[in-house]
Design a protein around this ligand. Structure first.
Ligand code: ZN
Length: 269
């Protein structure tokens, strides 16, 4: 047997190749089948009524096998798929480090846990999930030369069986565009995720700041095309115009804005 990977991305690539990159990736089948090669396989994947977490990886008593549990209150199939992949990532990469298992809440995605080691482990499980469900080469092919749009984001989210948020984060991780995802509730920013180019331009939206008053997210009655709403300078950035694609989630008054920034202007204001 060849040596198995230890890191999340090589693991995701190996499994992606073994399962022929069929989309959406069937995490449940892969986790149950692949883990049978280990003495401590995943025996069951099931819903469990748990208030405090979205997903968990638990050792089963006596048998030495494992269970992946997920919260039945998660209504989106995309989020369930991502949660299962995240827990499978813990199983592959971390189960020997933490024999008591893992309980994972929504904040894992945001990396806001105060403990740096936990934060790193959670990010690794997310990286595994992201690469298993959305291989970058395939995603690049899907995008081609097109501009990002709500239709394209919807296509990616359908193809990979993930939420629009997860699909947008993945796009930000590989695009050369200057862009950011801004998630807000009741008009205030919860968190943002930036592309490399946006980090270089030091674009950042801090938790708790109000959404720009003229943004689409702050004005849900506005009608825009699938390519988004073109907004002038000084709405999302003092140095460039922007194109905002907004998604209005029913629950928690949540808005999700994918903002693509224009070229920087350095003239006098
Ligand atoms: Zn986790």
């Amino acid at each position: 047997m060849t040596k198995e990977p230890t890191r999340p991305i090589p693991w995701a690539n190996l499994l992606g190749q073994a399962w022929g990159n069929r989309f959406p990736v069937d995490v449940r089948t892969i986790a149950l089948e692949y883990s049978t090669r280990f003495p401590d396989p995943i025996k069951t994947i099931a819903q469990a009524e748990v208030a405090t977490f979205e997903g968990a990886l638990y050792p089963l008593p006596k048998s030495g096998k494992w269970a992946i549990l997920y919260n039945p209150n998660i209504t989106s199939a995309g989020r369930i798929n991502f949660t299962l992949a995240h827990e499978f990532g813990h199983y592959l990469c971390h189960r020997n480090r933490n024999p008591a298992g893992f309980e994972c809440g929504e904040d894992r995605v945001l990396g806001i846990d105060s403990d740096a080691t936990i934060r790193q482990i959670e990010q690794e499980a997310d990286t595994f999930a992201s690469y298993l469900l959305m291989p970058i080469d395939d995603y690049r092919e899907q995008v081609g030369r097109s501009e990002m749009s709500l239709d394209l984001l919807g296509h990616a989210s359908d193809r990979y069986g993930v939420s629009s948020t997860a699909a947008a984060i993945k796009w930000l991780d590989f695009t050369s565009k200057c862009a950011a995802l801004v998630v807000a509730t009741n008009g205030f920013v919860l968190w943002c995720w930036r592309s490399k180019a946006a980090k270089r331009r030091r674009i950042y939206f801090e938790r708790g700041m109000p959404l720009p008053a003229a943004s689409w997210a702050a004005n849900p009655h506005l009608v825009a095309s699938p390519s988004g709403l073109a907004l002038p300078k000084n709405v999302w950035s003092s140095r460039s115009d922007a194109r905002e694609m907004a998604i209005f989630a029913d629950s928690y008054e949540m808005t999700i804005s994918l903002v693509v920034f224009g070229e920087e202007e350095w003239g006098l204001n």
